[in-house]
Design a protein around this ligand. Sequence first.
Ligand code: FES
Length: 283
Amino acid sequence: MARRFRLRPVPGEADAASESPKLIDRREFMRHSFNTAAGVITMASLGAVGFASLLMGQSDADGGDSSVRYWVPTGAEDIWYGGAHLEQMQYQSFVEEARLSATGMAGASGVWSGLPVNVIYLPHDENSQAAPEENKPQFQFMDGYNESGAYVGSGYEVDEEPEYEALSIHDNMIIIFSRCPHLCCIPGWQLVTNDFTSDQWSPGGGDAGGNKLFCICHSSRYDPTVIEKNRNRNRTNGSEFDYIGVKRTGGPAPVGMPLIPFEVNGGVIEALDDFKDWYTFCE
Ligand code: FES
């Protein structure tokens, strides 16, 4: 019988305590994670083994695991979280790392339930009233356009539409599902060094300014400070879905990457499984 793994109930669900735990089997996790040739190749090029084979060890008997954990590719141990491979991400660690940054930003690549993620912290609450010319990093809410240039919607919908309430900005942080919408590689946080990943920031969601999520496969870039609404499709069955995500700023990727809702529970960053359909564009 296939091994199954339990997710904690989503907070706020009606009668969550009385419901049976959410069970997702290994096939479903893998379907959302590293099952494409591009993804496998990317992981191999990073000298890493698949996330899922490690994280999936959380069994029912262990009480499940919704925490987000650091992922440190071999060769990237000098990054600020380099000694914390597969440890749970602590919110306070991002706050402290951000203090060392010229921009006040901190980020980390990680894994959640077998899925590659990037977690980004920036001083949004402190900077949100600053004028753009002050160049103080903040989350920016912008219009999103699909790959054909048609308007899809606004990032402001995270505050205006009840269906996206779980994605309202909180704790100065976002979590991004990090499969590249080009060919499904895994963009990371400052795992390579170039102008796109330097510790700089510019307003407006353009391609300049650094602190981009950078995909090493074909150099797509994403601005993790720009929240937009966009559209993608399930690669297997073609069904389209709208999503809230971060903006693609350059490279061959057609659109940006979706957000994952989360909460900070006892100082630990835990993701929620509200929008699984959004993570299917690499199936
Ligand atoms: S897979 Fe990311 S740019 Fe091609």
